[in-house]
Design a protein around this ligand. Sequence first.
Ligand SMILES: C[S@@+](CC[C@H](N)C(=O)[O-])C[C@H]1O[C@@H](n2cnc3c(N)ncnc32)[C@H](O)[C@@H]1O
Length: 467
Amino acid sequence: MHSLPIFLSLNQREALIVGGGEAATQKLRLLKRTGARITVIAKDPSAEIEAAAVTDEIILLRRHFRLDDIRNQAVIFAATGDDALDAEISRRAQDVGVPVNIVDGPALSSFLMPAIVDRDPVLVAIGTGGSAPILARRVRERLERLLPARLGSLARFIERWKDPVRGRVSDPATRRRVLEQFSEGPIADLVLNGQDRAADEAAAQLLETGTVEGGSVALVGAGPGDPELLTLKALRALSDADIVFYDELVAEPILDRIRRDAERVPVGKRKANHSVPQEGIGRLLVEAAHAGKRVVRLKGGDPFIFGRGGEEVAAVRAAGLPITIIPGISAALGCAASTEIPLTHRDHASALVLATGHGRDGVPFSSAGAPQAGGKTVAIYMGLAQAQRITQELIEAGHATDTPVALIENGTRPDQKVSTGLLADLPRLALQHGSGPTLLIIGSVVRLSRYWGETAEAASLSALAAE
Ligand SMILES: C[S@@+](CC[C@H](N)C(=O)[O-])C[C@H]1O[C@@H](n2cnc3c(N)ncnc32)[C@H](O)[C@@H]1O
């Protein structure tokens, strides 16, 4: 190790940037966050530097660098584009012991700038000693994905509770254990999910009773199947979970993202054969949370779109437990993307209807619920088995028999299967599909899909003519 990583405190101290181009502007953005008193010397400053001068955030000197500019500076950055001038600034700064960084000039710099992951006040700095900045950026990208966005809030939360803990717990080892419970576990989860009030209540309870009542519950949308479509929050919930209750729609590659030693409980709904009744699922979530576990309820797509998420939230809330909802990409959005069907389009559809082929307790799509025709796209979930009836009811509601339709089975997954054709032909097309989850998209936007071809229309028309 040839250099020592340190964090330089710059609040209310002088910092100098020499240069006015993009590199200097980037350094300005960074320095502005430190509270430093910044001076920029540039004959030809960027618009952003000029704007910062207008709002008095910095002092802008539109002239050449002078040797005495270095006086009283806590740190200097130079990005002048003039090698001789950069070398001069470096030599002069080092003569008087001021830390200096020459952008893209590691040999001339007395310190190097790390790649930074910023979760203020938590900062991660990554350096490669100047050998491979590209590698430092890769590491940073990984850490960005790994570290929760609200990690800084957690640091502030712990800081806020330090004194109350010190006041209540005299033994240093016990105090450390209490603070550990703030940094990881149900209380930390609450802070990271933005539930500050519930976190404060749980922290107060921990100090009062020595235990935290109940774990945490997160209702997580798994998306339509492609694991790359999981959100960062969903990934974190899966990798922190103690127990995951998942339903049938959740694809295997997503289950692979669950923490290895977490318990997995299938509560899947196999069409008519519900393996655990809905009330039972609510009860399971509450029991596991009361046992202090970090519970994840993992549902296909988005939990609030035909996912009965609302009922599970109500069950958890009724038990007085906090719940976090992490949205997922719903089948309509995933399937639209993977088949290149724009769900709205200025020339085709100005509204989007999400409908279900089943209502409460399996009651099928009814003509009363059929969306009116005209200028809209209709995406129907759980409609495959009802295709005959849905077709009839959409036509009765005014949809033309030659409205384009797409059937997308296992959308976004490697075994995705797509058929396109005309509305009147939907029942026949439905017979070509199997047992995988299938979404129906109905509307003229389907013509814009790369799966739509002359053949889709022609095949539909000739099949209809043959009947
Ligand atoms: C109980 S609903 C759940 C919907 C889910 N909450 C969502 O937001 O996507 C199940 C239906 O969603 C649709 N679906 C879910 N995943 C799908 C996929 N990968 N491809 C096509 N349709 C899908 C199918 O219509 C399936 O019958």
